[in-house]
Write a protein that binds this ligand. Sequence first.
Ligand SMILES: [Zn+2]
Length: 572
Amino acid sequence: MAYQALYRVWRPQTFSDVIGQDVITQTLRNAVASHMTSHAYLFSGPRGTGKTSCAKILAKAVNCLNPHDGEPCNECEICKAANENRLNDVIEIDAASNNGVEEIRDIRDKVKYAPTEAKFKVYIIDEVHMLSQGAFNALLKTLEEPPANVMFILATTEPQKIPATIISRTQSFNFRRISRQDILKRMTFILDDKKIKYDEEGLNIIAASAEGGMRDALSILDQALSYGDDELTLKNAQEVTGALSNEQIVSYMTAIADDKPAEALTSLYQILASGRSALRFTEMIIRVCRNLILYNSNSDLSNQMDKSVMTDELLAIANKFDNNRLFYIVDQVSATQKNIKNSNQTDIYMEILTVKISEPQVAQQQTQPETTSANDSQVESVEFDKLRDEISHLQNEIKGLSTGVQKAEPAKPKTHRRANNNTRLNKTAIYKVLGSATKDDLNAAKDIWPDLMSMLSISQRAMMKVSDPVAASPAGVVVAFDYMMWFEQAQDDSEFLQELTDNAGRLLKKDCQIVLVPKKDWPTIRKEYIDNNIDSNKPTNVKSKEETKKTNPTVDEAVKLFGDDIVDVKDD
Ligand SMILES: [Zn+2]
């Protein structure tokens, strides 16, 4: 006999066999037992949660010759015929393949004829949301005037796509995801019955990756068993589910903890190259973060840690993260999951996520309230482009690292980087530029900027791509960097700064110093400068906004520096 898939062999044959949908199966049993079944049902819920199985059992139960408490006997002629798919009165239609109006019209014509063998003619329409509008209309006509002894069971994973007029004519049941415990229990039962040895952790991984679908769980189990010697091993379960090895997770999380985006990306590429699913990977990161948060919180909560996730290696890096950072990572990963589900640019989203969460300064930048005011999708797409550039730069860096051509970036411990942000900032030079800044000088700097960029090497250009001139005087230009990482790298490279200054001087035809600033610090520095220099002249009696613009020396100064169009006065 040909091999039969586990989920077929172990398909439930009675309501009580169905796992994890007790309320629904009890209701259906009662309806059958009391002959109070409806003429139309809608079964909705995620895939593999028992919708089709329940439909088949219901079709059998209403027709069974010896039903017992609403359950089919599975022994009478009708039950046997139904179980062998040869009962003509049970008609299964897959709307995903039969979505034409004609098929449903066919039902409308044939529905008039009485069942041939059984009491009820039962139509099971799977994936009913796939029906065309015309087919829905035809179906609605049938549901409006249902002939006696006909039952419709509509099954769908996407009930929101079904017209309300149809839904209102059905009795509706929502099938829930099956709990991991229930899936585990069922798999254990099957394996014990088949006398197959199994690794508990391997079984755990399969149950987790089935995402509440019993059919998926059994299909994965089937595959894992076909890998080797009729035994379920941890390794086979990992292979089949694309579960990450502990080593992969640890190397990725360590790079994140150490603020090393290039290493984190390398680790990401290895994970994706080994065939791991990006979505599963994001789920794993969230599980790991959840457990790290519990571990870092206190001893009570850490009892709730998932021991299968938290290996000794992960516990060893737990103190590298504080919980704020972990919450930030979880937020970013959740947002990425949404994007991944709606996109085929999975790898790009994963790269962007990786760079984001391995740079804590971006986290700080993003939690500042003023950055959230603009149009979200605009911000997202601008951010997307910038990160994309940053990633291509990092990719070059990785290539350089692996071929040994480029010299490795000096290691920058986290504390060192954080402590030094301020000391690297050259406020004196910035104030000097602001002291004689004009809008014209800024415009001139912006005009030559593209040419200046084209004079740089590719990697320098990648670094400067996330920077803009934000203020300029006749003798200097202040350049703001979106990312702390690039600001630091540029600031530390005196050779590069000199080259930049020389080229800018050549293009502007005058000596011109380039001063760098992280963009997140720019508003504060600008405000500090303006406050310090004009504080004593502040007007005490402010009337209208227009008046303020004209008379407020702070505003005058700001307009002088940055131009009328970008200065907007906000009342405190
Ligand atoms: Zn029967």
